[in-house]
Design a protein around this ligand. Sequence first.
Ligand code: GDD
Ligand code: MN
Length: 359
Amino acid sequence: MDKAVSIIVPTYNERDNITPLVERLHHALSGRAYEVIFVDDNSGDGTAELASALSAKYPVKVIVRKDKRGLASAVVDGLSRASGSIIGVMDADLQHPPEVLPELLREVDSGADIAIASRYVKGGGCQGWGRVRKIVSRGAIFLAHLLLPSTKRVKDPVSGYFAFDRRVLDGAELRPTGFKILLEIIMVGRFHKIAEVPYTFGTRSGGESKLSLRQQIEYLKHIYSLMRRSGELTRFAKFCLVGFSGVLVNMGLLWLLTEVVGLFYLLSAAFSIETSIITNFTLNDRFTFRDRRSAGVKSFAGRLLKFNLVSLAGLVLNMSTLWLFTEVFGVYYLVSNLFGIAVAILWNYLVNSWWTWRQ
Ligand code: GDD
Ligand code: MN
């Protein structure tokens, strides 16, 4: 006997879509125990009333929230009413074809903890998307992969269409904002196996999209919140701390080699810069990225080489920014250098995180 599934569908003004949605789900899931839970944010078009009427004929539950609190939080509220041991999440507007759901359930039935309907695995795609929306979508995923590296194992971590074993969320605290509930689940849930099933994100058949600039800002806030909660922000703070220790090593050695040993100051500088790069590397390897280094001397040397290259490029960036702000924008050079240092720190951190200590 297959496990029962609860399909959570957030809705806001989707009256024209929910009847075909329920009919197609019913057809696609024939023979399986299921329920559909609509979580409606008090739509003005009668979505909730129609959903309640549908419950006479289909296993449909309706939650109506008085104020509009967004897609992701609607899913969290839906979870509290779900009785299935498998949870499905999808949009109401038929852009997520209900016929793909059995494929997701097949994956979960055969051992996947989470199965994602994915636009970005072979065979997946988006129907009728213009260049701008494509870039925004790719950019959003790149940002997640860059700032939350553990999401890299998923090609489409911002998909809104997925199914999972509800035990993934045992003991997890969900605090999403905006649209991307899957990102939250990938970051705070407990799981081993994730499967991605290709699908084509369709065009909307009725109503209109709620994805706005405001949602994109919410997305950035959500990523920031996840960075904080998952320790990625602490990692960045550690990296800055190590960088500061490098400044002390650099300055101390420059003084020592010039004043005490008597070397020409530019020669001392070359030594002290490289020494601080090596101490920074060692500290970051042992401390900042401890959990991400792969064992073995060879890879240690490889990481050190990468770190050196990144630092060199960081130096060039620091100086170019210093030049740009001072010469072009007319900023006082000591102030310009602060911008230069900020740019270099960000560069060093992100590229080293992406490349040197890649996850
Ligand atoms: N309860 C509730 N409250 N539901 C909402 C809200 C809200 O504030 N805003 C949107 N929804 C519902 C819509 O009614 C729809 O069923 C679903 O959430 C998705 O909203 P759309 O406005 O259709 O989103 P979209 O098509 O632009 O964006 C989708 O695309 C992403 C892929 O790029 C979203 O589905 C994402 O989940 C998906 O990942
Ligand atoms: Mn949509």
